[in-house]
Write a protein that binds this ligand. Structure first.
Ligand code: ADP
Length: 259
């Protein structure tokens, strides 16, 4: 029987920087083609979970598999594109062109020291074309608007032709029209490239319109399922971390521990 591995499989992962747990027994599977919105209040562990998935922090408890391979043995870095938090609030004095920044995204595929080939140049052009910035390739990144800078970093994440794209708070600091353009871009990338996408946000109102599934994190994973079933209360996830958990369980004892 042929089974498809989940793109990401997080099993019983706990993590703390010190003695306190920032993540507590997280189980999360992300299927191929899923468009997951990861929500939770500030400090709820979203970036920490991403950093574990990306292999930037060591998994000390539990296991994380990427495309079926334990993350500590995963070598195909190019399969994962990452746009870090605050990528859009770029140092405007930084003297690099759009093309140069996008090119740095190729190191995952070809190593740091190799010369750029014509196929590298083609990959950079295609990535810039996908995000609508090809005419801007020779501009200094610092001269672009926040929304355009954000697209430069998306192109940088796309240039290795990844299968999974992870974006941490991509719409922070960009205006409403750039935000709309961002969501349209992700829609078209999913269609054209068949990407699996994880989008971290605390703007649940905006992302529930877009994503195919929602995960709500607040040290523990309180929800992973359809956005429609999560309910419409924007504050729900925040409350989940505190009193509401007990209240919800009190009213639904079949879901609680004492059932
Ligand atoms: P989020 O992305 O949801 O805002 P984070 O994963 O950044 O949450 O942070 C979760 C918790 O871990 C917070 O309490 C934060 O202060 C703490 N934390 C994050 N990074 C570090 C670090 N490098 N060292 C110590 N504590 C950290």
């Amino acid at each position: 029987m042929v089974t498809t591995n989940p793109v990401i499989d997080v099993r019983d992962v706990s993590f703390g920087y010190g003695k306190d747990l920032v993540l507590d027994r997280i189980n999360l599977r992300v299927a191929r083609g899923e468009y997951l919105g990861l929500i939770g209040p500030n400090g709820s562990g979203k970036t920490t979970l991403l950093r574990l998935i990306l292999g930037l922090l060591p998994v000390t408890q539990g296991e994380i598999r990427l495309f079926g391979t334990p993350v500590q043995r995963f070598r195909d870095r190019w399969r994962v594109g990452y746009v870090a938090q605050k990528a859009a609030s770029f140092n405007t004095a930084f003297p690099a062109t759009v093309e140069e920044v996008v090119r740095t995204g190729l190191t995952a595929r070809r190593g740091l020291l190799k010369r750029f080939t014509s196929s590298d140049r083609l990959a950079v052009r295609q990535a810039l074309d996908r995000v609508g910035l090809l005419p801007y390739k020779d501009r200094l990144v610092g001269r672009l608007s926040g929304g355009q800078q954000q697209r430069v970093f998306i192109a940088r994440a796309l240039v290795s032709r990844p299968e999974l794209l992870i974006l941490d708070e991509p719409t922070v600091g960009v205006d409403a029209s750039a935000e709309g353009q961002f969501y349209r871009l992700i829609r078209s990338l999913r269609k054209e490239m068949g990407l699996t996408v994880i989008l971290v946000s605390h703007d649940i109102g905006a992302i529930t319109q877009e994503v195919s599934s929602l995960a709500c994190l607040n040290r523990r994973l309180f929800y992973h399922g359809s956005p429609a079933d999560f309910g419409t209360d924007e504050q729900l996830c925040e409350f989940y971390g505190h009193e509401v958990v007990r209240i919800v369980h009190h009213h639904h004892p079949e879901e609680g521990e004492g059932a």
